[in-house]
Every structure is written in C-alpha cells, then in structure tokens.
Design a protein around this ligand. Structure first.
Ligand SMILES: [Ca+2]
Ligand SMILES: [Ca+2]
Ligand SMILES: [Ca+2]
Ligand SMILES: [Ca+2]
Length: 332
C-alpha cells in the first residue's frame, strides 16, 4: 500500500524524525553535518557539484548546495543496504530551490544487489521538477520495498533550468526510516489458477482485498500435494529449481502472476499462495483458514534437445544463410 505526501511546506508544522521510537534511520549523515572536505559530505557515495553550505540550512549547522552545470545532470547519492523486501519504509528529505538557473528532483531506485528494480517509478523518478520557492520543501513518500529488494539508491539530481546554469539548490535532513510493523493481511487473493504451457506453469491470481492489504505473496510449489503454511517470522527465499520436488517465489502485490520454468514433462505440480506483510524477522503470513490452491500437469513431451543459449552456443553450430543459395522444396 502506498501513501504519497509530496511537497508539504514547512510553514505549518515541523516533523522531528528522531522523535519516532521503534523506527530505524538508515541514511548515514542524512543531516549533512559531517564533511570529509567542503565538497564531500561523509558517507555519501557520489557527490557531483556538491558544496558545503551554512545558509540556508534546514537543521544543524550545514546543508548541501548542488550547483547546476552545463555538462549535464549532477547526482548526489547514497546507497543504502540492509533493505528487507516486503517491509515498509518512509523516504524523505528537504530541498530548497529559489533560483531560476537550477531545478531538482528525486531520482532513486530500489536495488537487487547492484541491479535497479523498476518499481515505484512515479514516486521515485517523477516527471516533474522543483518550482522556485523561498521556503524549504519536504519530499516524503511511504513505500513497501519490492519482494526482491535488498538495497536502495537514494539519489537527488540538479539540472539546468531554461538552459541557465550555475544556480544552487540545497538539501538537508535526508531520511530513510523503517516503518512500524503492519498486521497480517486480511484476506487471501482470489482466482488462483495454474496453467501449464509445455514444461512451464504460469500462475495467475487477483490481488487480495480488505482492510490490511498484503505487501507481497509467497507461492509454494511441490510435486506432491503436501504444501503446508509458512511460519510467521521466517521469510522463505526464492527457489526456482523444482527438480528436488519443491520451489518458492516471492511476488510483489500488484503483479498478479508468476511462472515456474524448466519442469519435468507429464508431471503434476501443486501450488499454494500465501499473502504477507512486513519482511525478514517481522514477516507475517496469512496462515489461517484455507489458502488458495491449484494444480497443473506439464505437457507429455520428450525433450530431444534443449539449449537456452544463456551461457553460449552449447553443442549448436552457427551457419551463415546469406549468399546466393536459393532453397527449394523437394517433395518427391
Ligand atoms: Ca543539516
Ligand atoms: Ca529553480
Ligand atoms: Ca527446490
Ligand atoms: Ca500470520
């Protein structure tokens, strides 16, 4: 579930991030009070055209100024690890743009290792920029980490404005907070259906509804009708290899489908789906009642030759078909 609160001005109230108990701040030096030198705040991973500033500040003694350049977008970035897929986070920072020769926006990604995850593009990589305003502006968004996320690249950018460069926008008080624990999902999804396609099986469902929506789903697979409910507090990792008789996939809310590949032919497979909230040690599966179940049998085919070309040509040979040769059908 997503709630967006963008561009609240500071005029009406003040939020004190450190006043929230049981929440963990994951940005290091988010208040920009520590600097290795006047162009590099401590613990930030990329600081292009960043300069230490003492005015304006949102809090403490320092903020960071970000200067627009005619050599393109300038990035300011900190990579956050120890993200838990399925957990809820609140992401926020303050910015000040009151010049006509610079503009800024957030440009951040969830990460799976070093790979970016496309989720939450509208919130994390918006199509709009800051507008000139003499007051500090708060960006804040509450998001659920995608099921496969284990990191977050917290990045903001400065751009030239109307082809004018050299202007400064300012940042202060970056925050990435693990939100509180949410309850078990209210309901199971509906319409859970397994469909064999050759030696793959596709599973589709309709997202659960109700007061507490799930953050993601665990789909368990087995070659026997023996699937039992997962245990709260123990996350189950993806297992795409069903040759040992069982497998598992974690799929974010909203995707509503997944596929298990490279199965045995002419074999029945059994599946159950369990919605969950939170992640890691806080994961809370819906594990009461009767979970949706479905089964499908793969096609009765004999695989004569199989090569997925993921790692090269295997035992296949490459043949060029360009040239003067004209191929004809001989039906005699
Ligand atoms: Ca500060
Ligand atoms: Ca501006
Ligand atoms: Ca397995
Ligand atoms: Ca539970």
């Amino acid at each position: 579930m997503k709630n967006i609160y963008i561009l609240l001005t500071l005029a009406a109230f003040i939020i004190v991030p450190t006043g929230i108990s049981n929440a963990q701040e994951l940005v290091v030096n988010g208040d920009l009070e520590l600097w290795d030198d006047p162009n590099n705040p401590t613990s930030w991973d990329n600081a292009e055209s960043i300069s230490q500033a003492t005015t304006p500040i949102h809090g403490g003694t320092y903020s960071a100024g970000h200067t627009s350049s005619d050599s393109g977008t300038q990035d300011f970035q900190q990579n956050i690890s120890s993200i838990v897929g399925g957990a809820n986070y609140t992401i926020s920072y303050y910015f000040l743009d009151n010049v006509t020769d610079a503009k800024t926006r957030i440009w951040s990604y969830w990460l799976d290792g070093t790979s970016t995850i496309p989720d939450h593009a509208a919130e994390l990589r918006p199509g709009t920029y800051s507008s000139d305003n003499p007051d500090w502006q708060l960006f804040t968004v509450a998001l659920t980490a995608p099921a496969n996320a284990n990191g977050f690249r917290f990045e903001v950018r400065v751009y030239h404005e109307d082809n004018n460069t050299g202007g400064l926008v300012y940042y202060d008080d970056f925050s990435f907070m693990a939100a509180g624990i949410t309850p078990e999902p209210s309901n199971y999804p509906t319409g859970f259906d397994a469909l064999a396609m050759g030696i793959s099986i596709n599973l589709a469902w309709t997202d659960a509804i109700g007061g507490q929506l799930p953050n993601a789903y665990l789909i368990l697979a087995s070659t026997e009708d023996n699937i039992t409910a997962p245990v709260d507090g123990t996350a189950v990792a993806d297992d795409v290899d069903l040759s040992d008789g069982s497998g598992a996939l974690n799929i974010s809310y909203g995707v509503e489908q997944c596929t298990f590949f490279d199965l045995e032919s002419n074999t029945p497979y059994y599946f159950k789906i369990f919605p969950y909230t939170n992640g890691g040690a806080d994961i809370d599966y819906k594990n009461d009642g009767t979970p949706p179940a479905s089964t499908a049998t793969t096609a009765d085919v004999t695989i004569i030759e199989s090569e997925n070309f993921n790692d090269g040509w295997g035992n296949w040979s490459r043949v060029s078909v360009s040239g003067e040769q004209v191929w004809e059908i001989d039906d005699e």
